[in-house]
Design a binder for this molecule. Structure first.
Ligand SMILES: [Zn+2]
Length: 206
């Protein structure tokens, strides 16, 4: 039997961790977990902060974001979460954060790749940056999401230009760890760019 309460406990651990690590401040971002053996998911209610999440504001919806159980309005990004659960059966948790270094890197419209040995060893694929010109990913954008999962079926995350990171995992805690690693790697990517420009300046004798 599925233990919904245990899944909710894991979601709260992940949410608190993301908040205290500073990868999601205020009341933005959202996260979800698949309910095994059903076309259902648990999602954060719209509007609340990660740090204030509770069993009561984690709602059960179908993969189209339609409320099945709980009080409140599901996150506006529920459609995106549902799509990922539909096309990636191995994904059981999704953490979406508006994390600053990830957003900064995504603004370059470059993928996050070849930054650290650790990232390459751990994931073995680039973190793709998707240029989706909207605050909420809608059905119009689904072909772009489907295409990256087709190309990199086990991808751990992708970036959204001017928006944030969408990290996935075998459970919600794993997805949160991936979001943290992407944020750290985006920061390192900037540091490497600065270091490279410093070396160029030095070599040019300035
Ligand atoms: Zn968002």
């Amino acid at each position: 039997m599925v233990d919904i309460s245990k899944i909710k406990d894991e979601m709260l651990i992940a949410a608190e961790r993301a908040y205290t690590r500073g990868i999601q401040t205020g009341n933005g971002g959202n996260f979800s977990a698949r309910i095994p053996n059903e076309d259902l998911m648990l999602v954060k209610a719209s509007g609340g902060s990660f740090i204030d999440a509770s069993h009561e504001n984690l709602l059960i919806t179908d993969f189209n974001g339609v409320l099945v159980e709980g009080k409140g309005k599901p996150t506006r990004e529920a459609l995106l979460h549902g799509l990922i659960y539909k096309i990636a059966p191995h994904v059981n948790g999704i953490m979406h954060c508006h994390s600053p270094w990830s957003i900064g890197w995504a603004s370059t419209r470059r993928n996050l790749e070849n930054v650290t040995h650790h990232l390459q060893l751990k994931f073995g694929c680039p973190i793709v940056t998707l240029d989706i010109d909207a605050a909420v990913v809608s059905a119009d954008h689904f072909p772009k999401i489907e295409a990256i999962f087709e190309k990199y079926p086990t991808l751990p995350a992708f970036l959204l230009v001017d928006h944030g990171v969408v990290a996935v995992g075998k459970n919600i805690i794993d997805a949160e760890y991936n979001a943290e690693l992407i944020e750290e790697t985006a920061q390192v990517a900037f540091l490497k760019e600065i270091a490279a420009s410093f070396c160029q300046t030095k070599n040019s004798g300035l």
